[in-house]
Design a protein around this ligand. Structure first.
Ligand code: GDP
Length: 442
């Protein structure tokens, strides 16, 4: 889970305050000492921690907090606000050119996730109705060009390549021309990285920058490298100038030091975060939502957006009709399961629900497996059986269990659950009908 360690510690510390009726300055000082330790352990920059704790403390010992009826909650509110502030307050969007094409240049060290992020970003922008073009400018890392072609193919975005014999500036120039001639409104350039920052790299990127004049230079950094990521960001910003940061591998970052320090050290916003290896695992970064997640207050907005993005409105209407006319079958059930899976791993979804987090999430792997079993069982049914579950007798159940690698008991359980769901749906539609009838008499 993102920020698991930090989240658990902060939440425990703040929970202690919440339980108390009245707080003293000593209580606050003790809690702030724990907050400070938690942040330092999370590898947050030392100076950032110091300033942060100082600010929270000043606000927390203010009269209006200690004398309020719910001082513990007031302090949680302050920590939430200050965490949000630390990460940049509001979402920082990409700058689009008033006259397309918009040029976005991705830079960063090798292995940070630049090429993958190029593909993810192109996919995201395409979904928003843009016509992106990817330019393969990483001529040093073996296979980077091929990799960009593969990810481009997966998100169905064209990739401009000229092999690895031309200079990055020439490739970028030719790619830009190509994009203009083909009506692409966003051009994303993948550049070469190195294992470490060196002069050659910076010079090369400077050359591309001054020739192409990108609207956005996004630095891709690996959040799992903690303070190293922050140092890299500081150097790139000083030597090249960047407009924003993409923090990758946040899915594996249980500490969160980079995410919490990058903004205040470099004064450049985190614009996107990478949350997995799959191409849909890139999200805009919302400081307020991230702060709420760290404090276990959930992130309902992101959850709703995810649901909206993966559910098809037409299909939802269709489903509603089926429920009304009681034609809901195992086929529909399977489709629902698949849509749910499109939203991402269950653990990532549940993390956004207020009050769920930390320990509860550790038991979830089992549930993911259960979903897979259900899917396998339904897939082992014939189409006729899915549409007409009442025909699934004992011998059919045996066959289905065998075919799906499950047991007859598991099949029985699913059949029972399905029947209950159908009954519940019938009750809902009956309620809906009588409510409508009632409406007519009014
Ligand atoms: P580049 O050298 O900067 O172009 O790095 P790549 O794009 O090749 O990425 C290096 C590795 O990091 C690959 O195995 C990617 O799949 C992986 N990666 C990139 N972004 C993420 C992310 O957000 N989460 C996870 N878990 N892995 C990522």
């Amino acid at each position: 889970m993102v920020f698991e360690g930090l989240a658990e510690k902060l939440q425990n510390t703040l929970k202690k305050l919440k339980g108390k009726g009245k707080l003293t300055e000593k209580d606050v000082a003790e809690a702030m000492r724990e907050v400070k330790l938690a942040l330092l352990e999370a590898d947050v920059n030392f100076k950032v921690v110091k300033d942060f704790v100082q600010k929270v403390k000043e606000r927390a010992v203010g009269a209006e907090v200690l004398e309020s009826l719910t001082p513990g909650q007031q302090i949680i509110k302050i920590v939430n606000e200050e965490l949000t502030e630390l990460m940049g307050q509001t979402q920082s969007k990409l700058t689009f050119a008033s006259k397309p094409p918009t040029v976005i240049m991705l830079v960063g060290l090798q292995g940070a996730g630049k090429t993958t992020t190029c593909g993810k970003l192109a996919g995201l922008l395409k979904k928003q109705g843009k016509r992106p073009l990817l330019i393969a400018g990483d001529i040093y890392r073996p296979a980077a060009i091929k990799q960009l072609q593969v990810v481009g193919g997966q998100v169905e975005v064209p990739v401009f390549t000229m092999g690895d014999k031309m200079s990055p500036v020439d490739i970028a120039k030719a790619g830009f021309e190509h994009g203009v001639n083909h009506g692409n409104d966003v051009i994303i350039i993948d550049t070469a990285g190195r294992l470490h920052i060196n002069e050659e790299l910076m010079e090369e990127l400077q050359n591309v920058k001054s020739t192409i004049k990108p609207h956005e230079i996004l630095l891709v950094v690996d959040s799992m490298t903690g303070q190293d990521a922050v140092n890299v960001a500081e150097e790139f910003n000083g030597k090249l100038g960047i407009d924003g940061v993409v923090l990758t591998k946040l899915d594996g970052d249980t500490r969160g030091g980079a995410a919490l320090s990058v903004r205040s050290v470099t004064h450049k916003p985190i614009k996107f975060v990478g949350l997995g290896e799959k191409l849909e695992d890139l999200e805009p970064f919302y400081p307020d939502r991230m702060a709420s997640r760290i404090l276990g207050m959930g992130d309902v907005l992101s959850l709703i957006e995810k649901a909206q993005a993966s559910f098809d409105a037409e299909k939802a209407k269709d489903l509603h009709n089926k429920i009304k006319t009681q034609q809901f079958t195992f086929e529909d059930f399977l489709e629902q399961l698949q849509q749910m899976k499109n939203m991402g791993p269950l653990s990532q979804i549940l993390e956004m629900i207020p009050g769920v987090g930390g320990k509860q999430l550790k038991n979830l792997e089992v549930d993911e497996k259960e979903l897979l079993h259900i899917q396998a069982i339904i897939q082992s049914m014939t189409r006729e059986e899915r549409l007409n579950p009442s025909m699934i007798n004992g011998s059919r159940r045996k066959r289905i269990a065998l075919g799906s690698g499950t047991t007859v008991q598991q099949v029985n359980r699913l059949m029972k659950q399905f029947e209950q769901t159908r009954k519940m749906m019938k009750q809902f539609t009956d309620m809906e009908k009588s409510a409508k009838k009632g409406g007519k008499f009014k």
